[in-house]
Design a protein around this ligand. Structure first.
Ligand code: SF4
Length: 209
């Protein structure tokens, strides 16, 4: 992947793993239609990651940023969710400025571990304990989404992040493989701590990408 760094430094190319039109399945915007762009590469390595296929990519994944935006705009999509992998490993200034010129609303899913680039209408911060977010994300994120896998330590992690962040939109989301055992525990936790909301990966329950 080092070979590609020159191409990425100005944001003129991006490693595109997949793109699809679907409904948002997590967080505050659940149920809204959006075009998803999954960018390859991630240096966080969550053991429960459900998009491990995005960690590696090859030359055939590279796409010219301008071409990608043209394609999205020509199809008439008005909302674009950029996810990964970890999108902030790349310079997304060019990508998002072209999207904004096309009057497209931009949503980012990030773990917040790399300096922010780009123009974002909505930032979902999903912090990971093994590599905590940079401070700047706590000031600008629009929602906090904490994945609950290990109980109770992930609740403690969630509270640490909630103390720092500057948004009222706080979500706890059961990690998919442990949803059966952890969802009731999370519901009980939210009843006792009602500043939190439940997020449940709706897209997986209803079988859409
Ligand atoms: Fe997977 Fe996201 Fe964790 Fe990266 S940060 S390993 S893409 S869940």
């Amino acid at each position: 992947m080092k070979d590609f760094q020159k191409l990425f430094s100005k944001g003129t190319y991006l490693p595109l793993i997949e793109e699809f039109y679907s409904l948002q399945g997590e967080g505050l915007h659940t149920g809204k239609a959006a075009y998803f762009i999954r960018i390859g590469g991630c240096d966080i390595g969550c053991r429960w990651c459900d998009s491990k296929y995005s960690w590696q990519y090859g030359r055939d994944s590279l796409i010219k940023t301008e071409d990608l935006v043209k394609k999205i705009a020509n199809k008439g999509y008005k909302d674009v969710v950029v996810t990964g992998g970890e999108p902030m490993m790349y310079n997304l200034e060019l990508f998002t400025s072209l999207l904004k010129k096309a009057d497209i609303t931009t949503y980012l899913e990030t773990s917040g571990t790399h300096p922010i680039t780009g123009i974002w209408d909505w930032i979902c911060l999903s912090p990971k304990p093994q590599q905590p977010p940079l401070q700047e994300y706590f000031d600008i994120a629009n929602e906090l989404k904490v994945i609950i896998y290990d109980v109770p330590s992930d609740f403690e992690w969630a509270e640490q992040n909630a103390k720092k962040i500057n948004t009222p939109h706080l979500f706890l989301q059961p990690e998919w493989s442990r949803r059966k055992e952890n969802t009731p525990i999370i519901i009980d936790y939210i009843k006792k701590h009602p500043k939190w909301n439940l997020s449940v990966q709706l897209h997986k329950y209803i079988g859409i990408p």
